[in-house]
Design a protein around this ligand. Sequence first.
Ligand code: PGA
Length: 242
Amino acid sequence: MGKLLIANWKMNPKKESEALTLARASDASHVVICPPFPFIATAGKALKKAKLGSQDLFYEASGPYTGEVSSEELKSMGVSYVILGHSDRRRLFGEIDEIIAKKVSAALLNGITPILCVGETFADRETNQTFAVLDRQLKMVLSQLPAGTKEELIICYEPVWAISTNLKEGMEPPTAENIAQVVEYLKSIVGNSGVSVSFIYGGSVNSTDLKSYLDIPGISGALVGAASLKPVEFKKMIKIAK
Ligand code: PGA
């Protein structure tokens, strides 16, 4: 199949030795591993086939930004992808669309492929705001793309309510039709803005349902959180996505 799997480890694991073991177990082509910052170097050295990703970056190049990490710094560590606009960052760290747009630009200008996460919350969905939210999230980024961008932009449709830690009992993740509809909508927003875009899906993806997501027209990969921390499970997913 040759589809892309992005492993978002979030703030896991707790120790460098565990990160090393996990990175080695997840090393395969068409895989991007996004460890927490302290383990970027360790994971980077362990990966022979997979690519290295980051879970965030700051848009300035250098300077007095305590606690932040720039795209140049990440690039020098071998990072070639970055997750931006994840709902954890939007919800817990106050990241608004303007900030995310600047981060996407900084990544593109430094040759790092942004994985832009967009998606509605449960409340947005309940109040029929899904398309309005997606519209706002994507248009802000597109309006600030550096002129003549040649790099690819990956857009991850990740409904916030469908993320494994948010999905309530009895709730079903979105259907293939829902996702296909959203991808069509997002494509129509991108239109002929000139940027090369691909779409992936995220939200409680595991080895049981991965194939059904990857089979959706227009979907070329998946963003995987919890399941990427389980080596046996993730290996199964790698085989399916191949
Ligand atoms: P999940 O996380 O696969 O555990 O739902 C995905 C994500 O939040 O990136």
